[in-house]
Design a protein around this ligand. Structure first.
Ligand code: HEC
Length: 121
């Protein structure tokens, strides 16, 4: 755990420690217990998060909150955007040609989130 003092005395020790931080942080995050029933974070979530937030609380004006929305509703809405039945270019571009499985994963994620009040900056 604690590095020997000799190594600490070396001048580039600071760099070594800085290098270790991202790994340590990643390890901690992986070690955090996930809440029961909450699905794993979808791989495609990053893009959606720019507008809808990771937890489904909208980040930009005009984007709806998705947290806690009914699973069936979210899944159906995503398919509608993808298939063009909801013709919203923004959302269609965000979804692109995702598979049903991808959309299902995203719908499950947002549906499992708990809505929380937001501050208004
Ligand atoms: C550039 C911003 C942006 C991005 C990126 C984006 N969205 Fe949206 N999303 C919107 C806007 C704006 C709407 C409202 C569109 C409308 O009027 O139907 C919307 C609507 C939705 C809806 C319908 C909500 C409802 O109540 O009907 C869902 C579900 C949704 N987005 C999920 C996603 C997912 C999942 C992703 C990632 C694949 C994503 N969005 C990416 C802006 C965005």
């Amino acid at each position: 755990m604690v590095p020997p003092p000799r190594i600490d005395a070396v001048s580039h020790t600071g760099k070594r420690h800085a290098w270790a931080w991202p790994w340590l942080a990643a390890g901690l995050m992986a070690a955090l217990p996930s809440h029961a029933g909450v699905p794993a974070k979808p791989a495609r979530l990053g893009l959606c998060a720019a507008c809808h937030g990771e937890t489904g609380m909208a980040q930009i004006p005009g984007a709806p909150n998705l947290a806690g929305q009914k699973l069936d509703y979210l899944r159906e809405a995503l398919k509608q955007y993808r298939d063009g039945r909801r013709n919203v270019p923004l959302m269609r571009a965000a979804i692109g040609p995702m598979s049903d499985a991808d959309l299902d994963e995203l719908a499950r994620w947002y549906s499992a989130q708990t809505p929380h009040p937001q501050g208004h900056p």
